[in-house]
Design a binder for this molecule. Structure first.
Ligand SMILES: Nc1ncnc2c1ncn2[C@@H]1O[C@H](COP(=O)(O)OP(=O)(O)O)[C@@H](O)[C@H]1O
Ligand SMILES: [Mg+2]
Length: 451
């Protein structure tokens, strides 16, 4: 019951001046009346649905009795907003309902940015004040059993719908509470969708599909929001259904399509600073769970060494993502992160581990105009003296931007026969050799030759 009482006492959504003022005043009034006239104690026995019904009925009744003349549309909007305040997450509720919104970024109570179709723009949504915003943030994180207050002013959480939330409150956030919500789309994008969006070509999909089926170890590299998780999700469609897959993530986002998936999530430290379970712990544990493949949502540190070891000890077909801007950079990052495991290994040992563990690095990127593409598929082929040698099999070449500043360009195949083709054939996966002939790949501007 305290949830409802608490919600009802909240200040209401602040609205810009002028025409909205009247509605705001009426809404405040309505809220006040709801608090004073509803018999809160009798509501305690109701379930959520009955509670909603009750509050809606109360609000409708108050609207009818009100001296203010409201149009039908105004009344519906008012009641909707009061319901959002009471049961949802206030002014953010309409954004959470909007399927085209992929990110919601709150920079203090008066500044909310929204990303739709890859483009960021400022929305006209505002909170009443900082107190209102913090209240909503608390409500979001407490629903999933996390807390945020002055002693732990940072919070990472996953909502029941799979969306990821990060919140930072003052004093760490200097100009008001910061909230970032990364929505998870209802149905994760599949390769069919990625091809429609020209994020990848059918040849690249065929190659990645063959590699996944033949249990090639892969790393997906890219910046934040470049589509790494999306790509891993899509790749998982090619994992045979009789395999046991263990997934390890900081905030579970993967939605694998296999029947036999065991999912694990890391845990932050408790208020005393103990009890944290890190990716490293879970990777080590996963090795004892007889998985066929291990998928680590993201490698950020020492767990990279555990991941390489898993890949080198019979868990072929494992995958992870890392933050890097190019497949070459990715190698450097991996070396650095292995160093973070704290074993002080000589660099040539680290490189040998990498070469024997990882066969493919796939680069995802968010390009100008917000379009996401798989811009490179590189193969690690071996060592030349002390350096790791790589070859780029498929590449996206950006040639410019259109009038909306959206990246333009073409995909091409480099004309290199991947070394892993032999392994693919051994695994019974055959690809036509002409697939790798040097050429521009279909669906893109003709007449341009790969450079
Ligand atoms: N090729 C694509 N085209 C359009 N949207 C994409 C594409 N790949 C990913 N997205 C969207 O971009 C957002 C970020 O993707 P995600 O895979 O979570 O990125 P990352 O894991 O790199 O942070 C998601 O909303 C996802 O649906
Ligand atoms: Mg991700």
């Amino acid at each position: 019951m305290s949830r409802l009482a608490n919600a009802l006492i909240n200040p209401l959504v602040g609205l810009p001046a002028s025409a909205e003022d009247r509605l705001l005043r009426i809404k405040k009034d309505l809220h006040q009346k709801l608090i004073s006239e509803m018999d809160l104690s009798s509501l305690g026995t109701l379930n959520e649905e009955e509670l909603r019904e009750e509050v809606r009925r109360g609000a409708e009744q108050l609207c009818r009795q009100s001296n203010d003349l409201l149009s039908f549309a105004e009344r519906e909007r008012l009641i909707g907003e009061v319901m959002d305040e009471t049961f949802g997450i206030g002014p953010l509720e309409p954004l959470m309902r909007d399927p085209t919104v992929s990110d919601i970024l709150v920079n203090g109570p008066k500044c909310v940015y929204v990303e739709r179709r890859g483009r960021l723009s400022r929305s006209d949504i505002v909170f009443n004040d900082e107190k209102h915003l913090i209240e909503i943030v608390r409500r979001i994180v407490s629903r999933v059993g996390r807390r945020i207050d002055e002693t732990s002013p940072l919070c990472d959480a996953r909502l029941p719908d799979g969306s990821r939330v990060n919140a930072v409150i003052p004093p760490l956030a200097l100009d008001g509470t910061l909230l970032s919500i990364r929505r998870s789309s209802k149905t994760p994008l599949q390769f069919k969708d990625l091809m429609e969006k020209k994020a990848i070509t059918s040849e690249m999909v065929d190659f990645l599909s063959a590699c996944t089926r033949a249990r090639v170890n892969m790393v997906v590299s890219g910046g934040t929001g470049s589509g790494k998780t999306t790509l891993m999700n899509a790749l998982s469609a090619f994992i045979p259904h009789d395999e046991r897959v263990a997934t390890i993530e900081d905030a579970a986002e993967l939605r694998l399509q296999q029947p036999h998936v065991v999912r694990m999530e890391t845990r932050p430290a408790n208020i005393e600073g103990t009890g944290a379970i890190m990716t490293r712990d879970l990777v080590k544990n996963a090795l004892r769970m007889r998985p066929d493949r291990i998928i680590v949502g993201e490698c950020r540190g020492g767990e990279t060494l555990d991941m390489l070891q898993a890949m080198n000890t019979g868990h072929d077909g494992s995958m992870t993502t890392i933050h890097a801007n190019d497949t070459r950079d990715a190698l450097g990052r991996i070396e650095m992160m292995v160093g973070m495991a704290g074993f002080d290994l000589p660099i040539w040992i680290i490189r040998r581990q990498i070469v024997s563990a990882i066969q493919l690095i796939v680069q995802a990127a968010r390009l100008s105009g917000g379009v996401r593409k798989i811009i490179k598929i590189s193969e690690i082929v071996g060592m030349e003296e002390d350096t790791v040698s790589m070859q780029d099999i498929f590449v996206f070449k950006q040639t410019g931007v259109d009038e909306d500043r959206v990246a333009q360009g073409y995909f091409y195949c480099n004309g290199i026969r991947p070394k892993c083709l032999d392994a693919l054939e051994c695994a019974g996966v055959k690809l036509p050799p002409e697939m790798f002939e040097r050429r521009i790949l279909s669906g893109h501007s003709k007449g341009e030759q790969p450079k």
